[in-house]
Design a binder for this molecule. Structure first.
Ligand SMILES: [Zn+2]
Length: 263
């Protein structure tokens, strides 16, 4: 065992109950007192650092047997543009919107479970071509220009929510923007306050069971490059979603961790 880790485990009492430390031989107890004196020499910062290193190692050890090359871990963001050469098996949901057909079974199971819990979840925006994204992006910039903003401001305001064409996860067919039928009737659209709806809270709690994660959570704006979006869910598969939820990771952070582990 790594000496630092052993020290840490002793400090936290994990190894305290081990037989070897309970034996009352003189040599064992003198060894133990030496050990505790070396722990005493650590500053609180050093102890904290050791604890963080051990925690990080535990996270690496707990990673599922997956690969960053897996189709459901495809990363697309403002820095990582879509690979348009990849063929995407698109298929329509019952409402006609296209998604990658490999997510339909889990998506349907999720919305059915939501329905049983009293929430009529509906997909309102799914697969989007790069061309359509260009149109959306340009329309948004134009809207802000018309409101009197400078071009620089208009671009900034647009990019808070709208990905640069080629940089939208919607190009993968793995992302679904959702509302519920009640929210649709309010006409408020895709705004952060959708998270006041019980359906959204239900999704945040249960989406991972069906392989989905809230892709742009509050507090992860730096990592994702996108403002909080209470409505945008992304399919990553059940194993990945469970891990990301447990450790509160954005897809960018999760992929960086997988890369660090050589997966
Ligand atoms: Zn979206």
């Amino acid at each position: 065992m790594n000496k630092k880790l052993a020290l840490l485990l002793i400090t936290t009492g994990i190894l305290g109950g081990c037989e070897q430390f309970n034996q009352e031989s003189v040599s064992q107890s003198s060894q133990a007192s030496e050990t505790s004196s070396s722990i005493d020499t650590l500053t609180p910062e050093e102890k904290q650092k050791l604890a963080e290193e051990a925690e990080h190692q535990a996270m690496l050890d707990a990673l599922p047997a997956v690969s960053t090359e897996d189709w459901n871990l495809e990363l697309v963001n403002n820095w990582t543009k879509i690979d348009e050469s990849i063929e995407r098996p698109l298929k329509a949901l019952p409402n006609g919107l296209l998604v990658d057909e490999r997510i339909i079974e889990d998506y349907t199971a999720m919305t059915n479970a939501g329905k049983e819990a009293g929430h009529e979840i509906v997909a309102v925006s799914t697969y989007r071509s790069v061309e359509l994204q260009k149109t959306n992006y340009n329309n948004s910039v134009q809207k802000y220009l018309n409101e009197g903003h400078s071009r620089e401001e208009a671009v900034k305001l647009t990019e808070d929510y709208i990905a640069i064409p080629g940089g939208s996860e919607h190009h993968t067919g793995l992302a679904v923007d959702v509302m519920d039928t009640e929210w649709v009737k309010t006409g408020k659209g895709l705004i952060a306050e959708f998270d006041t709806q019980a359906s959204q809270k239900w999704l945040v709690e249960h989406a991972a069971e069906y392989g989905f994660v809230l892709r742009f959570p509050k507090g992860k704006e730096e990592e994702t490059g996108i403002e909080y979006e209470s409505w945008h869910f992304r399919y990553v598969g059940k194993e990945n979603a469970a891990y990301m939820k447990k450790y509160d990771l954005s897809l960018e952070e999760y992929i960086a961790l997988l890369e660090e582990a050589g997966k």
